[in-house]
Design a protein around this ligand. Structure first.
Ligand code: WTA
Length: 656
């Protein structure tokens, strides 16, 4: 198992590891930080279960747990016997406290409309929609699919599901109809919640049209609830007996709804993510452990104070939005900002305008966004004060030191600690990150595992490498917000995460430890790409390509990309009699977008008569990566036909 990211960007990796600058927290920040005593690491390491039990006391329980953890590798039960409700913890308990009139969600629509929901208002909206779901026949244990843009009703729908004990499966609004259909069928969802459309750069994303297409092959869907968001801008058709307007179903619904007492281990949601092979995996998160994980990390990694306005720019269709727009912040009674659109609409200053408009104190975004802002230039952020900011964070991929420094200076004005947070859909919450009142940061390093998290870097045999070494990142002990299984496929859960190293969770990421024991994440070691912080598997894109009638075979690789982290390059062999052309390239790119979504569109397609294969017919992706990135080729001795490579190289050169 080589560390491909190391191979594919050797220069970047060594630049990263040569980084020597450190940024200790200021005395003032340290003094007022939620966690500022380094002893917390030792305390948690000595007794992780005791540590997590202490954190769990921040939630409201209907029935307390009797055992913190039952662990039969790789099956975990956390907070055994405990009963609670996630929506109750995120909404009701605040609505019935001094926070009743505090802003829970500050929402900004792309066209400039805005809405503030206090905890009191949010409680009524969640209850009304929860009752509406009940009236549609949704009961505890059912699955509800959600396919919407970034509107408050998306969070309301999720919380309403949680309130009545239905599991939601949110599908990112940028996914295609086909991807939606596949996810609905895997989860066997009974109801789908959507909107007529969503605003994106001034135009409408026609969500309902996609839904109509998706639902041609989804036998389990009984009802569709449609939110009117764009109205006349994109008229839709409603199917009688199946489709209902959101405003109609809530019109008569009561604003009161008792929270369903859920077992600590009842399923809260399914979220699909890409794996190395096969179709997307339905990652299952459960009630108590997930909420303990996200609330604890949200409060302490972001150093949340009562009056903070907190903004995470992710889309709720991804795990970052689930954990750090909806569940973490709301569980902590924090004001969370939700923005519908893109950072460049109506101009490239939109994010900074919003920070000033709402007095955002904590800002959490992705390195790919930061690199885009760098390219757009300082003049946009410099038009705004940004003086409310107190802490800034990143997630989704390694941040290059240059982007870190730009973020620190241009957005943080040198006064905001930066938290570079490493985690995954499967981990549920942040695992490796600085604690802003304790940790001296180094640009490009996520620093060290949080208290209560036991992470190690191991070699191919599973032996810890120790400071200065490099290898594979594993999590050596269970943690509360870990995924519990893959929906409907427990075997795949065991196989994917727990079979590489006995008793340890395999992350799929390469990592180095520096002399101080800091973790430097190097990217995926498997065939999963990270495109603009989105996880896409090479396998999925290959499957979409070979699905096209002209394609015989395809090999896809992630190619280092200045802004996106990785771009997608596809090597395609055409069927007999098909002629290569630029028009066909476009057709294939669009075909992938139709099959998966625009995020998976290849950046470039190379037509080739053959693909480099080993004698056992395995495609040598490593060589394709070398070719795509214009590098000296690695070992080619295992190639069945070395001349294939020479031809491909010449062609790649010609096509630039
Ligand atoms: C990558 C997103 C380096 C990593 C929350 C991981 C990171 C994958 C970081 C999970 C970071 C995420 N530094 N790499 N701070 N954060 N990653 O499931 O490769 O969409 O395995 O979850 O993103 O992506 P996912």
């Amino acid at each position: 198992m080589p560390l491909p990211s190391e191979k594919s960007s050797e220069k970047n990796v060594s630049a990263l590891l040569d980084e020597r600058r450190t940024f200790p927290p200021s005395a003032a920040f340290k003094k007022s930080a939620n966690w500022n005593d380094p002893a917390i690491y030792d305390r948690a390491a000595k007794d992780p279960e005791g540590f997590w039990a202490e954190q769990a006391k921040n939630l409201d329980w209907f029935t307390p747990w009797t055992r913190v953890l039952e662990w039969n590798v790789p099956w975990a039960n956390w907070f055994v016997g405990g009963k609670l409700n996630v929506a109750y913890n995120c909404v009701d308990r605040h609505a019935h406290s001094a926070r009743r009139n505090k802003a829970a969600i500050i929402w900004e629509g792309e066209p400039g409309d805005s809405r503030v929901l206090t905890f009191g208002m949010l409680e009524r909206e969640v209850n009304r929609f929860a009752n509406a779901l009940k009236s549609l026949g949704v009961v505890k244990g059912d699955r509800v699919a959600i396919y919407m843009g970034m509107v408050p009703e998306l969070a309301i729908a999720m919380l309403a599901c949680a309130k009545i004990g239905a599991a939601h499966s949110v599908v990112f609004g940028g996914f295609s109809a086909e991807a939606l259909r596949e996810r609905i069928n895997d989860a066997q969802a009974k109801v789908l919640i959507t909107a007529d459309g969503a605003w994106r750069r001034g135009t409408v994303v026609p969500l309902k049209a996609g839904v109509d297409d998706a639902l041609t092959g989804t036998p389990t869907i009984e009802k569709v609830v449609v939110l009117e968001r764009v109205g006349k801008a994109a008229p839709i058709s409603m199917k009688q007996g199946r489709d209902l307007w959101w405003h109609d179903v809530v019109a008569k619904a009561s604003g009161e709804c008792a929270a369903e007492p859920m077992d600590a281990e009842d399923m809260l949601f399914i979220l699909y993510t890409s794996g190395t092979t096969g179709k997307p995996k339905g990652v299952v998160h459960t009630t108590a452990g997930y909420l303990v994980g996200v609330s604890t990390t949200h409060r302490n990694v972001f150093d949340i104070k009562e009056d903070d306005v907190y903004w995470c720019t992710a889309d709720i269709g991804w795990v970052t939005g689930h954990s750090y727009i909806v569940y973490g912040p709301l569980a902590n009674g924090t004001t969370t900002v939700m923005y519908e659109g893109t950072p460049d609409f109506p101009d490239r200053g939109r994010f900074w305008e919003l920070i000033d408009k709402y007095g955002v104190n904590i800002f959490y975004t992705a390195p790919t966004a930061i690199r885009t802002f760098m390219r757009w230039g300082k003049e946009f952020p410099e038009k705004y004060k940004l003086s409310s900011l107190r802490l800034i964070g990143t997630v989704g991929e390694p941040i290059n030191p240059e982007a870190w420094i730009w973020y620190n200076e241009t957005i943080g004005h040198g006064r905001c600690p930066i938290v570079d947070t490493w985690w995954q859909t499967e981990t549920g919450c942040i695992m490796i990150s600085p604690l802003p009142g304790i940790t001296a940061t180094k640009p490009g390093s996520a620093t060290r595992p949080l208290p209560g998290i036991i992470a190690e870097v191991v070699d191919i045999d599973g032996k810890p490498v120790g400071p200065g070494g490099g290898g594979y990142l594993v999590l050596s002990k269970p943690w509360p917000s870990m995924l519990r299984t893959i929906y409907g496929d427990p075997e795949r859960y065991v196989q994917n995460y727990w079979s590489r190293y006995a008793g340890k969770y395999f992350t799929g990421d390469g990592c180095k430890l520096d002399a101080d024991g800091y973790f430097w994440l190097l990217g995926r070691v498997d065939d999963v790409m990270n495109v603009s912080g989105h996880r896409i598997s090479t396998y999925e894109v290959e499957s979409a390509l070979v699905d096209h009638r002209s394609v015989a075979e395809a090999a896809v690789i992630g190619k280092t990309h200045e802004i996106k982290g990785q771009g997608i390059s596809a090597f395609v062999t055409l069927k007999e009699g098909i002629t290569a052309s630029d028009a066909l390239k476009d057709e294939l790119k669009n075909h992938v977008a139709t099959k998966i979504g625009a995020i998976a569109k290849p950046d470039d397609i190379f037509f080739t008569a053959e693909l480099p294969k080993t004698r056992s017919a395995k495609i040598m992706r490593r060589l394709l990566r070398d070719i795509a990135e214009g590098r000296v080729l690695g070992d080619t001795t295992t190639l069945a036909d070395p001349s294939v490579i020479a031809r491909l190289k010449d062609q790649a050169k010609d096509e630039g």
